[in-house]
Design a protein around this ligand. Structure first.
Ligand SMILES: Nc1nc2c(c(=O)[nH]1)N[C@H]1C(S)=C(S)[C@@H](COP(=O)(O)O)O[C@H]1N2
Ligand SMILES: [Mo]
Length: 426
């Protein structure tokens, strides 16, 4: 019987890869330095000593009906903003800094509720479609499941995401608790256009009034052109039925548009000539401008990106690292992401991880040789419509100081010579 051999840990190469630019950013660094990794693994000393590792000898745990993350990973959780007034009204944030890839695990999708999570038996739920239609229709979940389904990936982002960026001082917290009112899932459901065709939209209809079955009957208005374009009556999230907190048994997916339009526990769609002027499109999710007027119906979420690894809370060691992050835009696909390690003086294009899909998280990566100098890390995304993520100073110059929603400025992490990161305005 061959004993398992302990192999010495590979040492990450620290030499400067040929072709690296002066900032140490180099898309090919791992390709070139990777040789050192292989050499360390195969050429390193093999140790015959084996520490007592019980799982090598003792049978493991029994089967389970529904898998849970490893005990070691139970710290990867949504962070709930404390709210002492109304427990059901608030936000929990996706820990973007703990995650990889582009899919948010369903149990970590951010939550935004105005009056708690209703527990709805699917067989008692109905969707009513009425108003300016040829006929009023009522659908059960079973009815909806008989229509042709469509699947797509899409992020949902609250219009209030990243709003700490408007603060005078940079908030010191982890990346996900600043920018994690955004999550990305695979959604499956019935195209809203299918159901609108069934009802027959009257020619004078311009808007849909959407209403949820939560105890606040949250409602909001959606322009008809978006409803017939790419909206989905979502029943499944990441392959399984929706989670209660994300709208079980039925929610609307409005790709790329602000979170509030993605009405959860959807129970009523009324076709109308005018928007309903609900709370969430008048006193909320509108933006006061310097002249005292408010921007209203600012639906599309702007192009945004941030470096998630490393980010505040992490301590960086010297040597070669892969800078990793997320970019997304409500306007379509991400076209490019650039990274700066000197606060924006020079930029290097990062690699975009495929697939790069419209209105979807896009993962970017770029190797970086850190030699221990103080640095300011930034990422800047550009989308296929040509929108470029703005510097914070530019965003504030354009929008004034009374803004609260739709903050999408470039995010800066300062790295000190001890390898500690903090959130800065730079
Ligand atoms: N019925 C209902 N739908 C709702 C809400 C709500 O409170 N009630 N919150 C909205 C807001 S403001 C956002 S940002 C998204 C959040 O969706 P999530 O909780 O699945 O992340 O749901 C929207 N849909
Ligand atoms: Mo929201």
């Amino acid at each position: 019987m061959t004993r398992r051999k302990k192999i010495s840990t590979p040492t990450i190469p620290t030499g400067v890869a040929p072709g690296a630019n002066p900032s140490g950013l180099n898309r090919r660094a791992f390709l070139q330095g990777g040789l050192a990794l292989t050499a360390a693994t195969t050429g390193g000393k093999l140790s015959a000593a084996e520490p007592p590792l019980p799982w090598l000898h003792t049978p493991g745990a029994p089967l389970t009906n529904y898998g849970q993350p490893s005990e070691q990973e139970r710290k990867v959780i949504r962070w709930i903003t404390p709210n002492r007034q109304v427990p059901g009204n608030g936000v929990s944030w996706t820990p973007l800094h703990e995650l990889e890839g582009i899919i948010t695990p369903s149990g970590l999708h951010f939550e935004r509720h105005h009056n708690g999570v209703p527990q709805i038996p699917a067989d008692q739920h109905r969707l009513l479609v009425h108003g300016l239609t040829q006929r009023a229709l009522s659908f059960s979940i079973a009815d909806l499941l008989r229509y042709p389904l469509r699947t797509r990936l899409a992020f949902i982002e609250c219009g209030g995401n990243s709003n700490a960026g408007w603060n005078l001082e940079p908030l010191q917290t982890k990346a996900g608790y600043l920018h994690g009112m955004a999550s990305c899932s695979e959604w499956t459901g019935v195209p809203l256009s299918t159901i609108l065709d069934e009802a027959g939209v009257a020619p004078e209809a311009r808007w849909l009034v959407l209403e949820g079955a939560d105890a606040i009957a949250m409602n909001v208005s959606l322009p008809l052109h978006k409803a017939t374009d790419d909206c989905l009556l979502a029943l499944y999230q990441n392959g399984e039925r929706l989670r209660p907190e994300n709208g079980y048994p039925l929610r609307l997916l409005v790709p790329g548009w602000e979170g509030v339009l993605n009405v959860k526990w959807l129970r009523r769609i009324e076709l109308s000539r005018e928007p309903v002027m609900a709370r969430n499109e008048t006193s909320r999710y509108t933006e006061l401008q310097p002249d005292g007027k408010a921007r209203q119906f600012t639906f599309v979420m702007g192009v945004k990106s941030l470096i998630t690894t490393p980010s505040p809370g992490a301590v960086l060691s010297r040597g070669l690292h892969e800078l990793r992050g997320l970019a997304w835009s409500g306007h379509g696909r991400i076209k490019k992401v650039e990274i700066s390690v000197n606060g924006g003086k020079t930029w290097t294009q990062a690699e975009l991880q495929t697939p790069v899909l419209p209105q979807c998280f896009t993962r970017f990566r770029l190797p970086w040789q850190w030699r221990g100098q103080a640095a300011v890390l930034k990422s800047r995304a550009t989308d296929e419509a040509g929108n470029v993520q703005p510097e914070r100073t530019k965003l504030i110059a354009e929008r004034g100081r009374a803004g609260y929603f739709h903050y999408n400025a470039i995010v800066a992490w300062a790295l000190d010579s001890d390898g500690e990161l903090s959130h800065v305005y730079a």
